[in-house]
Design a protein around this ligand. Sequence first.
Ligand code: ADP
Ligand code: ZN
Length: 223
Amino acid sequence: MKLLFLGPPGAGKGTQAKLVADKFGLLHIAPGDIFRQEVREGTELGRLVEGIMAEGKLVPDDITTQIIEKRIKSPEAAEGLVLDGFPRNVAQAEALAKILGEMGTKLDLVINLEVPEEELIQRASTRRVCSGCGKPYNIKLDPPKTEGQCDVCGGTLITRPDDNEETVRQRLKVYHELTEPLFEYYNRDGIVVSINGCGDVDSVFQRIAEALEQKGLSGKRDS
Ligand code: ADP
Ligand code: ZN
């Protein structure tokens, strides 16, 4: 099974993509997570992307595509994958089609997670991320068990440097200009399904699970 989550920043793609990946044994691939880890580790790539991300702009396509291609072709992706944040523009979508084509496969479904714009800005202001392992939280919608502390690793929760209102607006602008055209791109294959992304994490996940079932994608395949 090969799924792609599309939706504006803050729609909850990461949270839902991880849940779907865990449930079906798929590899979750999120460039944003990969880049943030590189920043935490202070690598050369991390230093390169840190400023770009803080401004809400896109990391260059060649860098992003190269990193993602490696993951898509890794043995961990044998059961399938959930893409979350890649592709983010038409050039990346074409690169992805080429990569999957070389592997003799293609995307099964594109999940469009829909959340109204006012709520996105609101959600960003209550979003936190673990400084240790990168796990996302929302102090209103999905709080940790202990305030300010990661449930998984005990790390301190921080606000993402790109979650201030100005950068969120810039990320939304990039989304409208560069990412939204992907709906037309994938609609040609008739593989887009829209899901209401409002409400708590479990209700949204339930809607996604139902959509996968309706498309006949919920049973694990043997071969
Ligand atoms: P969100 O979806 O909430 O904006 P992400 O974690 O997916 O958050 O992305 C954070 C940042 O990482 C983006 O604003 C961008 O700078 C960079 N990034 C993520 N995915 C890509 C991509 N496919 N191409 C280029 N840059 C990316
Ligand atoms: Zn953590």
